[in-house]
Ligand binder design. Structure first.
Ligand SMILES: Cc1cc2nc3c(=O)[nH]c(=O)nc-3n(C[C@H](O)[C@H](O)[C@H](O)COP(=O)(O)OP(=O)(O)OC[C@H]3O[C@@H](n4cnc5c(N)ncnc54)[C@H](O)[C@@H]3O)c2cc1C
Length: 407
């Protein structure tokens, strides 16, 4: 039987961010994932490094978090990201007042935003539709999720953490109204811990149910389609209220089109509908017409780990907060030693981890400060080493399959 200060369950962006932060603050910590690192939503996301512009007019907190974390990741994450820039394009069917509101909100929240004429936008993206009325240039970028989780885990390990992919938790150990560890399959056995973190994203209810707590997650699925298209340059975002098929993410020789938002009951078993693919391609082609007939290289779905209690009154899944939540089950459910960290975005994973570890450190009486924003990730500047880490942690996923390991 193993013993650790903190056991982190889930090796996506959130869990790897948490284990790195814990280890850097001097805590003994172990991370387990039922599969490879990033094999949940992280490795199946769209991989947009948000500037915050997407949220600017509707969610000031989310927008400010994104621009701050975007700037931090540019400093610490090296070849785990690509600094492509991004455009929000207003087409002739789109409401000009929405564009104005987004531009003004970006500037209010400290997101650099330069308005471009159609000619200037087409100068950046020659294949952009002639329906473009104007564009907003913002510091969006691209995340390669498999490299990010592998580098973050490797950094945690360099600070003393144990990282165990292929280690599914089958039960939580409970004694005297406290979670005291987990039973882990695949010959790992029991791991006892002073604190257990539920960083299982869309699976948070499944893990929570092992301790008798209900997080009321409201996961939604979305499709992404990789197509052949070289040298797009910036990320393309449709400048209209969030809808299906409004983002094109550049990946060198390909672009990734996305996405949709449909509620699912079970993150392991959901419909993958052809209409989602067709609609996403059609909508993205409204911005970049040549993707309509481009060769499709891969299609994959991911499931957003949305936290249900924040659902807005409209009951629209797109209205569910993209913010994150640190849920202390001692306060909420009378269960000590157990914290869930849910919601959020890959762009803000480091901040989520900082908030969670601030909370856990306080519970454990540790007062070391967070340093994850100041120190660069292991191998951040070496794509070959990063790709070797991806292999070692079994972190390859569809989101960046056309880039990672292809050198
Ligand atoms: C369609 C789509 C597009 C997105 N696009 C973007 C984007 O462009 N930019 C952005 O910033 N964010 C984006 N997101 C959001 C982002 O991907 C997620 O918020 C983030 O990756 C969630 O990370 P996580 O670590 O919380 O969850 P996950 O990555 O799902 O990690 C949870 C882990 O827990 C593990 N696990 C589950 N149960 C167990 C168990 N019993 N034992 C052990 N391990 C277990 C799983 O294997 C998994 O690896 C997108 C999401 C979706 C669905």
């Amino acid at each position: 039987m193993e013993r650790t200060d903190v056991l982190v369950v889930g090796g996506g962006g959130t869990g790897t961010g948490i284990v790195r932060d814990l280890a850097m603050r001097g805590l003994d910590t172990t991370l387990v994932d039922r599969g490879g690192l990033g094999s949940g939503t992280t490795g199946r996301s769209h991989g947009l490094l948000h500037s915050g512009a997407r949220y600017a007019e509707a969610d000031a907190t989310g927008a400010r978090e994104c621009i701050a974390e975007n700037e931090i990741l540019r400093e610490i994450a090296g070849e785990c990201i690509a600094e492509t820039g991004g455009l929000f394009v207003q087409l002739d069917a789109d409401d000009p007042a929405y564009f104005d509101a987004k531009r003004d909100a970006c500037r209010e929240h400290g997101i650099p935003a330069e308005e471009l004429t159609p000619a200037e936008a087409q100068d950046e993206v020659p294949d952009l539709t002639d329906d473009v009325e104007r564009a907003l240039s913002v510091p969006d970028g691209v995340i390669y999720p498999s490299r990010l989780v592998a580098a973050t885990a490797a950094d945690a390990r360099a600070h003393g953490a144990r990282i165990l992919p292929d280690a599914p938790v089958t039960d939580l150990l409970i004694e005297d109204d406290a979670v005291v560890g987990a039973a882990v399959d695949h010959e790992v056995g029991e791991i006892r811990a002073d604190h257990v973190v539920n960083a299982t994203g869309a699976w948070a209810d499944q893990l929570g149910s092992m301790a008798g707590v209900d997080l009321d997650m409201k996961p939604t699925r979305g499709v992404m389609i990789g197509v052949e298209y070289s040298d797009l340059g910036p990320v393309l975002n449709r400048c209209r209220p969030p809808d299906d098929g409004d983002i094109v993410v550049p990946h060198g020789e390909q672009v990734v089109l996305g996405t949709t938002s449909v509620a699912v009951e079970d993150p392991d078993d959901y419909e993958q509908a052809e209409w989602e693919v067709e609609r996403t391609v059609e909508e993205c082609a409204a911005m970049l017409p040549s993707v309509a007939d481009a060769e499709q290289t891969r299609t994959y779905w991911g499931v957003r780990p949305l936290y249900g209690p924040e659902e807005d009154e409209l009951g629209d899944e797109r209205g569910i907060s993209r913010g994150f939540f640190v849920v202390d089950h001692a306060d909420r459910d009378g269960l000590d030693g157990f914290t869930s960290v849910v919601g959020g975005k890959l762009t803000t994973h480091r901040l989520m981890a900082e908030a969670a570890v601030d909370h856990i450190a306080e519970r454990l009486g540790v007062d070391a400060a967070c340093r994850t924003a100041e120190e660069q990730l292991t191998a951040h500047d070496d794509p070959d080493r990063l790709d070797a880490l991806v292999e070692e942690f079994d972190a390859a996923g569809p989101a960046d399959a056309d880039v990672v390991g292809r050198r």
